[in-house]
Design a protein around this ligand. Structure first.
Ligand SMILES: Nc1ncnc2c1ncn2[C@@H]1O[C@H](COP(=O)(O)OP(=O)(O)OP(=O)(O)O)[C@@H](O)[C@H]1O
Length: 246
């Protein structure tokens, strides 16, 4: 069984049909980039995976659990599936170190000393070890996003979802965040699903590129086919032409 499986999934917001017949399997260790025009349903799709949005039809299986089943424990899903948001969502009134240590302490009951060591190692990995005692508002957007990534990694998730992680950042900070993400993609067997317009990232580390429009998956290719060959779908080809020339 794959890490994430969508079978004929439909999602509505009231009368609005946001996801149409989504069929998708993502295996452990894959790095998948999800692209498409604004409003095409990319955020909605990834938010269904950790239950931030519910689906109305079809089946969604994450880490072997069927999300539609009443007995499914969403906390267990969220332990295994982390999320990095566009606007970081750090706890403003807690130090950087506390931001990273909080969930492992509360949810995993990780012993304090071990928790601190893991948090400090992660701060080192995102190159912010000297900021441990600061508060989020004292850091730049790019630094806050690297902390948000470290915080997700502290849970040792099997999958990490990224919802436009660099689109709220000033241009000069984007590369630092992408470098951390590339490092994770190359270096771990974690599944990554990334909504982004950063095609450099996709070219370098993605296994697959998925194109969505109007709530549908119109193209699902290997990176090689998508960038070096040609997407089969006309709208995917047009979209790719536009973002690469911009
Ligand atoms: N909570 C909501 N209630 C009603 N409609 C919503 C809600 N969230 C999203 N939508 C609608 O669903 C559609 C898909 O939105 P979604 O945010 O998933 O698109 P997206 O591809 O991630 O877009 P963007 O690149 O602009 O973030 C849009 O038309 C949006 O207006």
């Amino acid at each position: 069984m794959s890490m994430i499986e969508f079978h004929n999934v439909e999602k509505y917001y009231g009368d609005y049909h946001a996801l149409h017949n989504i069929n998708l399997k993502i295996d452990g260790g894959e790095t998948v980039v999800l692209i498409g025009p604004s409003g095409s349903g990319k955020s909605t799709l990834i938010r269904t995976i950790n239950g931030l949005e519910t689906i109305q039809k079809g089946q969604l299986i994450v880490n072997g659990q069927d999300l539609a089943e009443k007995k499914t424990d969403m906390n267990r899903i969220r332990k295994n599936v982390g999320m990095v948001f566009q606007h970081f969502n750090l706890y403003a009134n807690k130090s950087i170190l506390e931001n990273i240590m909080l969930a492992p302490r509360m949810v995993l009951k990780r012993p304090e000393e071990e928790n601190r060591k893991i948090a400090m190692d992660l701060l080192d990995r995102v190159d912010l070890v000297n900021q441990a005692e600061k508060f989020p508002s004292q850091l730049s957007g790019g630094q806050q996003q690297r902390i948000a990534i470290a915080r997700s990694l502290a849970m040792k998730p099997k999958a990490l979802l990224f919802d436009e992680p660099t689109s709220a950042l000033d241009p000069e900070m984007i590369d630092d965040v992408l470098n951390v993400m590339k490092d994770i993609a190359k270096d771990s067997d974690m599944t990554m699903l990334v909504v982004t317009h950063e095609m450099g990232f996709a070219r370098e580390v993605a296994n697959r590129v998925i194109f969505m429009a109007d709530g549908q998956i119109l193209e699902d290719d290997t990176k090689e086919k998508f960038f070096d060959g040609q997407p089969t779908n006309e709208r995917a080809r047009q979209f790719l032409g536009k973002i690469i020339t911009h």
